[in-house]
Design a protein around this ligand. Structure first.
Ligand code: UDP
Length: 194
């Protein structure tokens, strides 16, 4: 997997297939797999929130999430030719979790949205376990949120708080969370709740 730098941010030349192959490698080794998205919108947040850049830099997989990134790569002489979106990666991860019977946790979006998304996922992927979910407007302390997620013991944690909230949460808490695979997915729960 080759890393390129676009507007000062690392982006990985990867595909859904290489990500899928990496899942069991990380899950069995106990090393955390942190998958995040790089797009022009994020590059605007980075100046104001250095922790967002810190999270992108420590992430193990940085998705070229959007045609803007593909165009920039081409322009800069890079090799990224296809975008890989957070929502497609979440679909792939749900299929994998279903095949393997893994536990997942959903954190983010409005209360009724995340509940409906959890219900739809449980129906569409009957072999995975929705170990828990939590809406993204809770006033709980971050430590309490971490405790709730860890108590559910998920392998996959999907965080949909929008940017920069999701990157800030993960940068601050990823070391305290016991999940194996982390994906921040913006407005994806809204889509999955439909
Ligand atoms: N969201 C949340 N908590 C917040 C702010 C936003 O859970 O404090 C959720 C919001 O309900 C939506 C998701 O984050 O489901 C993505 O929001 P938005 O579309 O603004 O972010 P983007 O996809 O543009 O990053």
């Amino acid at each position: 997997m080759k890393t390129e730098y676009i507007s000062g941010l690392p982006v990985d030349n990867l595909t859904e297939e290489t990500l899928r192959q990496d899942l069991p490698v990380y899950i069995t080794s106990g090393r955390k797999m942190m998958v995040t998205s790089v797009n022009p919108q994020i590059s605007l947040q980075v100046e104001r929130y250095p922790q967002v850049k810190a999270y992108i830099e420590r992430a193990t997989h940085r998705l070229p999430d959007g045609v803007g990134i593909v165009k920039m790569s081409k322009y800069l002489g890079g090799t990224i030719r296809k975008r890989v979106t957070g929502i497609d990666v979440m679909d792939m991860m749900l299929r994998y979790a279903d095949e393997q019977g893994h536990r997942i946790f959903l954190y983010g979006a409005k209360k009724e949205i995340v509940k409906k998304a959890a219900k739809n996922i449980a129906k569409d992927y009957p072999n995975l376990v929705v170990a828990g979910y939590l809406h993204g407007f809770t006033t709980r302390e971050p430590e309490k949120i971490v405790d709730k997620i860890n108590a559910a013991n998920p392998t996959f944690l999907f965080v949909a708080l929008g940017s920069p909230k999701q990157e800030l949460f993960l940068e601050a808490q990823v070391d305290n969370l016991n999940a194996s695979v982390f994906l921040d997915v913006g407005g994806t729960f809204d889509v999955l709740s439909g």
